[in-house]
Design a binder for this molecule. Sequence first.
Ligand code: NAD
Ligand code: IPM
Ligand code: MN
Length: 356
Amino acid sequence: MKIAVLPGDGIGTEIVAEAVKVLKALDLKFEMETAPVGGAAYEAAGHPLPESTLKLAKEADAILFGAVGDWKYDTLDRPLRPEQAILGLRKALGLFANFRPAICYEQLTHASSLKPELVAGLDILIIRELTGDIYFGQPRGRRTAVDGHFPGAEEAFDTMRYSRPEIERIARVAFEAARKRGKKVTSVDKANVLETFQFWKDVVTEVHKDYQDVELEHMYVDNAAMQLVKKPKAFDVIVTGNMFGDILSDEASMLTGSIGMLPSASLNDKKQGLYEPSHGSAPDIAGKGVANPLATILSAAMMLRFSLNQGEAAARIEAAVQKVLAQGLRTPDIYSEGTTKVGTAQMGDAVVKALG
Ligand code: NAD
Ligand code: IPM
Ligand code: MN
């Protein structure tokens, strides 16, 4: 088994180092190979996703990814920006199904910005379609407007689109996942305004005929954003498009205490997967040794379970994370009075120790 390790930029290197530490402590037989990605790869090789990194990712059984991006690259031509590396990997590997589980661990009910009783016991799963939507639709670009409010003016445009097979396969993923848990799917759309999402709603409704044991509810994205903070535990599985899923998953991360707690798995139809925290490279805290590595460590656990057939080892990591939280150890993002503040490496060390 081979794991491609792509730390990337900013806190990416710090948090991936801790996840690698935990993986090594498991004493399982796998090979890990590290390669540059994002801004780091742009500096080293002139491209955010060099051929050699892409090749390694394609050959690996699984990819452990940190984060990419930094403000200093925001003026580069788009194809050279760090973010193109993660978008390029998702596209090249066909990683269309993004799982973002938002679980509020008992010990962190007071770390959330919401009232503890709203988040206690929270366990919802956001399934975000990851290779379509306005993120990848063509055409896009800048041009001179020929109509609209200001004909003749400079304008920019993107294309929102979804094909039937793209919606069908992500809907199936969501219904299958719901079958194994709360048996409810909330499909989030904007069908009241957008043609793309009326189609989304229609196709999800059709696919639902094969899953009558699962309850299907439709919700507009604006209402979903509100319900997520009003009554988050009313959700079980949320399925939505690429852009809405991006936004709602950051929102849902605060229900768990911090974005530093939200892992993710991006899978294709061959069970190959890329595992990364849902957050970014956090340039504001990079290099300070304070980033929360738990989202990345929990992503490594998802990797063991989904791509490497090591469910037991995954459960060991998850139990170890709960144990360090029970010991009261907290990085600053999840700190609350009466707990002990630790840095990134101390947190990683504590998880290793808690593995037993
Ligand atoms: P971000 O997720 O990097 O940070 C948002 C806020 O959350 C910051 O205040 C940050 O300090 C905090 N934060 C994030 N992760 C944390 C952690 N593990 N522990 C503690 N605090 C944490 O989002 P942003 O600031 O909007 O973006 C920064 C850069 O990251 C941009 O270049 C963006 O494009 C990129 N980005 C990359 C990915 C990815 O690689 N998949 C994801 C999101 C953003
Ligand atoms: C994420 C990130 C990415 C996205 C960016 C960095 C391209 O925000 O993984 O959530 O928008 O998908
Ligand atoms: Mn995001």
